[in-house]
Design a protein around this ligand. Structure first.
Ligand code: TYD
Ligand code: MG
Length: 452
């Protein structure tokens, strides 16, 4: 029996359709053989669930033992996971090919094996020799790490049951296949089936499993939404391939917050943790240049300082060019419209480019005021004080609105040697003064520009 599956979201249909009703993708339905037998694909039962009768319990009767976590020894990763690996959890690590997923997970294996945990690294993409070459660059490995090159799910299941490791890495889910499913490896039904089996293994044997998933060119892991709801944790590894830094971002986490990021640098000898990302992002900031300001954004519990650069010049075409790298272009257009309407800056005839130096991507509105100041600084060719950081959200009437955690942002600024801070006036309420940082409160964009 065959059915049609959307390769983007896994939608199942009895007949072919040009557009997937689930995710509205065009031309994504592919005929695959549906699994026969009673087992429904993609819906693995949790251990102990099948047929067992359960009594509802009171919240007060639920035991609250502190769940144990395995620290990976890689602090940036532990933070994103919410304090270490939870035994029996299934974690998906997604990212573009070549970004460093295999390197990261091999380093996790190295640390775990080094602290006496039995780890199994299963690769469906590389030969033992290729893994060895990578491992040699990374460093010493303990014998607690076992390697297996295999793509057949039955063999893998067998190996895991025999070896009983504490953690398993599957590199990558797109290469794994089950003989029960007829379609090719990497197709939605194969990816779903394999993930379902790994979910059963993880829960049944209390093994933590990391799954590597490649991202397709649309920016989603193949069969993505199906995968994302099946696993406990989804991490994305991102960054500019041409720059050396990498960011690990939590997208979903059943055991912790999803706001946290981990910052790494790709070196000759593997990934190295970046413990002071602000310093890293501000490296190479030009002094006394117009159009350059330092803004502060919160990534989870951590403030990060970034340099915002802007270049505004008169346009030679009827429709001015606007470009934003690292931040939302629509937001930049909106802020420029505010400047035009509320301040009367003649920006409609200007090309404008905004860039977050260092390659960070930030969506927090707290950088609005920084973007505004960078644009005005470039437009008027006036320099913004090098030792000042700027944060605040800008509203449509040109008002500067409050942002959260002003205190932490100021602490970070102090740590990096800044001496003043332009921020929303309202945030000053209840804020403890910090030695060495002069606070410049502003109520509106007018106030802020007046200080330039
Ligand atoms: P890899 O982990 O193979 O990426 P993925 O599994 O996400 O496809 O990383 C590949 C890139 O990382 C490759 O371009 C080489 C680079 N690299 C280093 O710069 N230093 C190293 O020590 C290692 C192992 C890789
Ligand atoms: Mg790889």
């Amino acid at each position: 029996m065959t059915a049609f599956f959307c390769q983007e979201c896994g939608y199942e249909s009895a007949k072919w359709m040009g557009q997937c009703p689930g995710c509205k993708a065009w031309n994504s339905m592919v005929e695959e053989r549906a699994v026969t037998g009673g087992k429904k694909m993609g819906l693995p039962s949790r251990p102990g669930q099948a047929g067992e009768k359960r009594e509802p319990s009171r919240l007060s009767q639920v035991s609250m033992e502190k769940e144990e976590r395995i620290g990976t020894g890689i602090e940036e990763l532990d933070r994103v996971l919410g304090g270490g690996i939870v035994p029996g959890s299934l974690t998906l690590v997604g990212g573009d090919p070549g970004i460093g997923k295999s390197t990261l997970l091999l380093q996790v294996c190295q640390k775990l094996a080094g602290s006496g945990h039995k780890v199994l690294y299963i690769s469906g993409e590389e030969s033992l020799r290729q893994i060895k070459i990578r491992a040699d660059r990374i460093g010493e490995f303990s014998d607690y790490l076992l390697l297996l090159c295999e793509t057949n799910l039955d063999m893998i299941k067998d190996a895991i049951e025999r070896i009983r490791p504490q953690a398993v890495v599957i590199d990558s889910i797109q290469t794994m296949y089950s003989e029960e499913v007829a379609s090719a490896p990497g197709s939605v039904s194969q990816v779903r089936e394999s993930t379902g089996i790994f979910l059963q293994i993880a829960k049944g044997l209390d093994i933590s499993i990391f799954i590597v998933g490649h991202v397709t060119k649309e920016g989603t892991v193949a069969g993505p939404r199906v995968l994302e709801h099946m696993v406990d944790t989804v991490l994305y590894f991102e960054g500019d391939r041409h720059a050396s830094y990498r960011i690990l971002r939590g997208v979903k986490n059943r055991f912790g917050s999803t706001n946290e990021i981990g910052v790494f640098e790709m070196r000759e000898e593997g990934l190295r943790e970046v413990k002071n990302p602000s310093e890293y992002m501000l490296d190479g900031k030009p002094e006394n240049a117009s159009g350059s300001v330092v803004a502060c954004s919160m990534e989870g519990t951590r403030p990060i300082l970034v340099e915002i650069q802007s270049l505004v010049c008169s346009s030679s075409f009827g429709i001015p060019r606007r470009q934003a790298i690292g931040t939302d272009l629509n937001r930049v257009n909106l802020l420029m419209a505010v400047l035009e309407k509320r301040i009367g800056l003649p920006l409609s005839g200007c090309d404008a480019y905004v860039n977050l130096a260092g390659g960070m991507k930030i969506t927090e509105p707290a950088i609005d005021l920084g973007v505004v100041m960078a644009i005005v600084s470039s437009f008027k060719n006036r320099i913004v004080d090098d030792k000042m950081i700027i944060f605040g959200e800008v509203g449509l009437s040109g008002e500067v609105r409050a942002v959260s955690m002003a205190g932490q942002r100021l602490q970070e600024a102090k740590k990096l040697g800044f001496t003043s801070c332009m921020m929303p006036s309202v945030c000053r309420k209840g804020l403890n003064p910090i030695d060495g940082i002069r606070i410049i409160g502003v109520n509106s964009v007018q106030d802020a520009i007046g200080l330039l």
